[in-house]
Design a protein around this ligand. Structure first.
Ligand code: CA
Ligand code: CA
Length: 146
Protein backbone atom coordinates (compact mmCIF):
# COMPACT_ATOMS: atom_id res chain seq x y z
CA UNK A 1 0.00 0.00 0.00
CA UNK A 2 1.45 3.41 -0.93
CA UNK A 3 2.64 5.36 2.11
CA UNK A 4 0.31 8.29 1.38
CA UNK A 5 -2.71 5.99 1.46
CA UNK A 6 -1.58 4.49 4.76
CA UNK A 7 -1.15 7.98 6.22
CA UNK A 8 -4.63 8.95 5.13
CA UNK A 9 -6.08 5.83 6.69
CA UNK A 10 -4.28 6.46 9.96
CA UNK A 11 -5.49 10.06 10.09
CA UNK A 12 -9.06 9.08 9.31
CA UNK A 13 -9.01 6.59 12.15
CA UNK A 14 -7.13 8.67 14.69
CA UNK A 15 -7.68 12.39 14.13
CA UNK A 16 -6.14 14.83 16.51
CA UNK A 17 -2.76 14.58 18.15
CA UNK A 18 -1.49 11.66 16.04
CA UNK A 19 -1.99 13.58 12.80
CA UNK A 20 -1.34 17.12 14.06
CA UNK A 21 2.16 17.28 12.59
CA UNK A 22 1.52 15.34 9.40
CA UNK A 23 1.81 17.06 6.05
CA UNK A 24 0.29 15.84 2.81
CA UNK A 25 1.33 16.53 -0.73
CA UNK A 26 -0.68 15.96 -3.88
CA UNK A 27 0.67 12.83 -5.57
CA UNK A 28 -2.25 12.28 -7.96
CA UNK A 29 -0.29 13.14 -11.09
CA UNK A 30 2.61 10.84 -10.19
CA UNK A 31 0.17 8.07 -9.22
CA UNK A 32 -1.66 8.48 -12.56
CA UNK A 33 -5.04 9.27 -11.03
CA UNK A 34 -5.21 12.98 -11.86
CA UNK A 35 -7.46 14.69 -14.37
CA UNK A 36 -10.45 12.35 -14.21
CA UNK A 37 -13.02 15.12 -13.99
CA UNK A 38 -15.63 15.48 -11.29
CA UNK A 39 -15.50 12.66 -8.76
CA UNK A 40 -18.39 11.74 -6.53
CA UNK A 41 -16.84 8.96 -4.52
CA UNK A 42 -13.99 6.52 -4.36
CA UNK A 43 -13.26 3.17 -2.81
CA UNK A 44 -10.13 1.11 -2.38
CA UNK A 45 -10.17 -2.67 -2.58
CA UNK A 46 -7.99 -5.39 -4.05
CA UNK A 47 -10.33 -6.68 -6.73
CA UNK A 48 -7.45 -8.11 -8.78
CA UNK A 49 -6.33 -10.32 -5.90
CA UNK A 50 -2.64 -9.39 -6.03
CA UNK A 51 -2.52 -7.96 -2.51
CA UNK A 52 -2.44 -4.33 -3.69
CA UNK A 53 -5.43 -2.02 -3.12
CA UNK A 54 -6.99 -0.93 -6.38
CA UNK A 55 -9.11 2.20 -6.78
CA UNK A 56 -12.72 2.64 -7.90
CA UNK A 57 -13.72 6.19 -8.88
CA UNK A 58 -17.41 7.08 -9.12
CA UNK A 59 -18.33 9.84 -11.56
CA UNK A 60 -21.59 11.56 -12.36
CA UNK A 61 -22.71 12.51 -15.84
CA UNK A 62 -23.88 10.94 -19.05
CA UNK A 63 -20.38 10.79 -20.50
CA UNK A 64 -18.54 9.98 -17.30
CA UNK A 65 -18.39 6.25 -16.73
CA UNK A 66 -16.82 5.10 -13.47
CA UNK A 67 -13.18 4.05 -13.55
CA UNK A 68 -11.14 1.23 -12.05
CA UNK A 69 -7.45 1.84 -11.46
CA UNK A 70 -5.24 -1.21 -11.11
CA UNK A 71 -2.51 -0.70 -8.52
CA UNK A 72 0.94 -1.47 -9.97
CA UNK A 73 2.62 -1.65 -6.57
CA UNK A 74 5.22 1.09 -7.01
CA UNK A 75 3.12 4.06 -5.92
CA UNK A 76 1.33 4.27 -9.25
CA UNK A 77 -1.70 2.85 -10.94
CA UNK A 78 -1.86 1.38 -14.46
CA UNK A 79 -1.50 4.06 -17.13
CA UNK A 80 -4.98 3.51 -18.49
CA UNK A 81 -7.87 2.97 -16.07
CA UNK A 82 -10.52 0.43 -16.91
CA UNK A 83 -13.78 2.12 -17.87
CA UNK A 84 -16.74 0.40 -16.25
CA UNK A 85 -19.23 0.64 -19.08
CA UNK A 86 -22.86 0.00 -18.31
CA UNK A 87 -22.93 1.94 -15.09
CA UNK A 88 -24.38 5.43 -15.11
CA UNK A 89 -24.44 8.25 -12.61
CA UNK A 90 -22.32 6.58 -9.97
CA UNK A 91 -22.24 8.28 -6.61
CA UNK A 92 -20.02 5.79 -4.81
CA UNK A 93 -19.20 2.19 -4.19
CA UNK A 94 -17.75 -0.29 -1.77
CA UNK A 95 -15.70 -3.43 -2.25
CA UNK A 96 -17.07 -6.35 -0.28
CA UNK A 97 -16.96 -10.11 -0.67
CA UNK A 98 -20.74 -10.53 -0.77
CA UNK A 99 -20.66 -14.21 -1.71
CA UNK A 100 -17.78 -15.17 0.59
CA UNK A 101 -15.79 -16.83 -2.19
CA UNK A 102 -12.58 -15.01 -1.24
CA UNK A 103 -12.55 -12.23 -3.82
CA UNK A 104 -13.80 -8.66 -3.48
CA UNK A 105 -16.94 -7.75 -5.39
CA UNK A 106 -18.11 -4.17 -5.94
CA UNK A 107 -21.42 -2.68 -4.84
CA UNK A 108 -22.21 0.68 -6.45
CA UNK A 109 -24.78 3.37 -5.71
CA UNK A 110 -26.19 5.72 -8.33
CA UNK A 111 -28.07 8.96 -8.69
CA UNK A 112 -31.68 8.18 -9.63
CA UNK A 113 -30.70 4.67 -10.74
CA UNK A 114 -30.87 1.34 -8.91
CA UNK A 115 -27.81 0.17 -7.01
CA UNK A 116 -25.71 -2.41 -8.83
CA UNK A 117 -23.59 -5.37 -7.83
CA UNK A 118 -20.48 -6.30 -9.79
CA UNK A 119 -19.44 -9.87 -9.15
CA UNK A 120 -15.73 -10.62 -9.20
CA UNK A 121 -15.01 -13.38 -11.66
CA UNK A 122 -11.29 -14.11 -11.61
CA UNK A 123 -10.28 -10.47 -11.19
CA UNK A 124 -12.86 -9.21 -13.68
CA UNK A 125 -15.92 -7.38 -12.36
CA UNK A 126 -19.12 -8.54 -14.05
CA UNK A 127 -22.19 -6.30 -13.86
CA UNK A 128 -25.48 -7.72 -12.66
CA UNK A 129 -24.54 -11.36 -12.74
CA UNK A 130 -27.26 -13.25 -10.91
CA UNK A 131 -26.34 -13.15 -7.24
CA UNK A 132 -24.95 -16.34 -5.80
CA UNK A 133 -25.75 -17.57 -2.38
CA UNK A 134 -22.97 -16.86 0.07
CA UNK A 135 -21.06 -19.84 1.44
CA UNK A 136 -20.99 -18.08 4.80
CA UNK A 137 -22.14 -14.65 6.02
CA UNK A 138 -20.12 -11.81 4.41
CA UNK A 139 -17.79 -9.88 6.69
CA UNK A 140 -15.99 -6.57 6.40
CA UNK A 141 -12.46 -7.80 7.04
CA UNK A 142 -10.38 -4.71 6.35
CA UNK A 143 -9.64 -5.43 2.69
CA UNK A 144 -11.69 -2.47 1.50
CA UNK A 145 -11.87 1.22 2.33
CA UNK A 146 -14.10 4.05 1.29
CA1 CA B 1 -4.97 -5.26 -6.72
CA1 CA C 1 -16.69 -12.46 -3.92
Amino acid sequence: MPRSIRALIVCCGFPGALCADMRFSDQALQARVADVGEINGAAFGDYSGDGLPDLFVARLGSDADPLLYLNTGNGTFAAEPQVVAGLRSTMGGIFVDYDSDGDLDLYTVHYREPDRLLDNEGGRLVIDRPARRARRPPVLDGRSLW
